[in-house]
Design a binder for this molecule. Structure first.
Ligand SMILES: Cc1cc2nc3c(=O)[nH]c(=O)nc-3n(C[C@H](O)[C@H](O)[C@H](O)COP(=O)(O)OP(=O)(O)OC[C@H]3O[C@@H](n4cnc5c(N)ncnc54)[C@H](O)[C@@H]3O)c2cc1C
Length: 459
């Protein structure tokens, strides 16, 4: 049970800091990326190494506290922390070791993707990650991981070779294709349900500078652009990455002043090939309709992966709604235009990430991520720095989602969901849910790790 003595003993076991309410470090330590989340954990264990994680898991068990695991703290629903819980904060487990000969990267469980990009780029290598560099490696990977390179290299989990895991009973195991392969299967999409991943080993790829950048079109051309895009991106070679967005052009020197604060339809391209080849691949797009702005050029991969960082600093209000999409019908496009033209604030946006190409060449049941037949992962995010606008961004995102959900595939990317309940989690894993529940029953029968998009242990 939790007593002052047990807390003192626990603190003595840790190399990292143990933070309690009342400490001057507490308010900073409980902050997560989404400013809408205001949770107050009972204890925050800033783990310095695997031994700290083992001690924290054992303490969580013996104290009866609910446990949450925090990687980068980016989760939409703030699932790295929880009221009155013990937060196992991995941010101190930060290292990236690149093996240039083997083309692999070992990454500490508390790294963010910017750490990985920084380390791999020096060797002319890259791992497929997300589009914001401050996102945690832990949460993004365990949920699946999509970004600029998904069509070329698959999801982040498709590039995961092995993971070191501290289980609910405090045991340390390695999960890969040979050892604990059921756990390895579940980790690739099943989120933080199965244990604390203290280290990830990824395949890295010889990608250094890519041909990338945005194209913008007027909103009155958005329907035509979407219709063109839905055909183009389903047939394009894997080396064409390009996600569609409605966005407000930020008032920054990167963009011509005439476009500042204009609502546009956009595609953010990324082709991991030289610019001459990328220009050939994108020729049909330019021929179809001349964009308002054509910003495609050579970009170092880490620069592309952090392009949006200044627009989305931590602490803004975020409200998320998401769906997987198999077909983009004319009727769905009409709803997109209606809602996309009503973006309520400068940072609010809708993104459609293509998850076909290389990601489609992995079977529905090969990893826990089950929507290998979906073409897009759609996310609607209401975002604003001002808490007074919380309702405005939430209402818009909900309205947009309600209009588009009937055209979706049923489930959604778990990493783009806030708390939506068990049915939605089931819908997102489809046929893989029951197998996940069995793996959960084997590795975490008491549902110790339940601050996540939760998979209940099979009876
Ligand atoms: C601005 C922004 C941009 C994003 N862009 C993308 C994108 O391009 N592509 C994409 O795929 N996703 C993207 N996401 C979604 C992102 O993948 C999720 O928010 C993810 O949960 C973030 O991981 P984290 O470690 O930062 O989160 P946290 O809040 O720390 O944790 C999220 C969940 O993962 C679990 N977890 C985290 N680390 C570990 C670990 N090491 N071991 C066990 N469990 C762990 C936690 O317990 C929790 O349930 C974005 C999110 C934001 C806010």
């Amino acid at each position: 049970m939790l007593t002052p003595e047990s807390i003192t003993q626990f603190r003595a076991q840790l190399r990292g800091e143990l933070i309690e309410p009342g400490s001057s470090a507490y308010d900073n330590a409980r902050k997560v990326y989404n400013g809408m989340i205001d949770k107050k954990p009972r204890l925050i264990a800033k783990c310095a190494d695997v031994a700290d994680v083992i001690a924290a898991v054992k303490f969580g068990k013996s104290s009866g506290l609910r446990v949450s695991v925090r990687g980068g703290g980016h989760n939409a629903g703030g699932l790295g922390i929880w009221d009155d819980a013990l937060t196992i904060d991995l941010s101190g487990i930060k290292y990236v070791h690149v093996d240039p000969a083997a083309k692999t990267v070992r990454v500490g469980g508390g790294c963010v993707w910017g750490d990985v990009d920084h380390a791999t780029h020096a060797f002319g290598l890259a791992v497929p990650t997300g589009i914001i560099s401050s996102t945690g490696v832990g949460g993004l990977t365990l949920g699946g991981g999509m970004g600029h390179l998904t069509r070329s290299l698959g999801l982040t989990i498709d590039n995961l070779i092995s993971a070191d895991v501290v289980l609910a009973d405090g045991r340390f195991v390695v999960a890969d294709a040979q050892q604990n392969s059921d756990l390895f299967w579940a980790l690739r999409g099943g989120g933080g349900n199965f244990g604390v991943v203290t280290s990830f080993l990824f395949k890295a790829h010889p990608i250094s500078t890519v041909s990338a950048g945005p194209m913008f079109w007027e909103l009155d051309q958005a329907a035509d652009v979407m219709k063109f895009y839905r055909e183009f991106i389903t047939k394009a070679p894997d080396t064409v990455g390009g996600w569609f967005a409605f966005l407000v052009v930020p008032p920054v020197p990167l963009f011509p002043e005439a476009l500042h604060m204009k609502k546009v339809a956009a595609i953010l391209w990324c082709c991991p090939v030289p610019i001459e080849e990328a220009n050939k691949l994108l020729e049909p797009v330019r021929k179809f309709r001349k964009p308002l702005l054509d910003g495609v050029g050579p970009v170092p991969m880490p620069a592309l992966n952090s392009l949006f960082d200044p627009l989305f600093p931590p602490g803004h209000q975020w409200y998320w709604k998401a769906d997987f999409v198999k077909e983009l019908s004319d009727a769905a496009i009409a709803e997109h235009i209606k809602w996309g033209s009503q973006l309520p604030t400068m940072q609010s946006t809708m993104h459609m990430y293509p998850i076909n190409g290389a990601a489609h060449r992995v079977g529905d049941n090969d990893t826990a991520w089950s929507y290998r037949d979906a073409v897009w992962s759609q996310v609607i995010v209401g975002v604003d720095p001002d808490p007074a606008n919380k309702e405005k961004i939430t209402n818009w995102a909900r309205g947009y989602y309600d209009a588009l959900h009937p055209y979706g595939a049923g489930g959604a990317y778990v990493n783009f969901m806030m708390e939506e309940g068990e049915d939605r989690v089931r819908a997102s894993y489809r046929g893989n849910y029951d197998r996940l529940a069995k793996v959960k029953a084997k590795y975490d029968p008491e549902n110790f790790f339940r601050v996540n998009q939760n998979i209940k242990p099979a009876a």
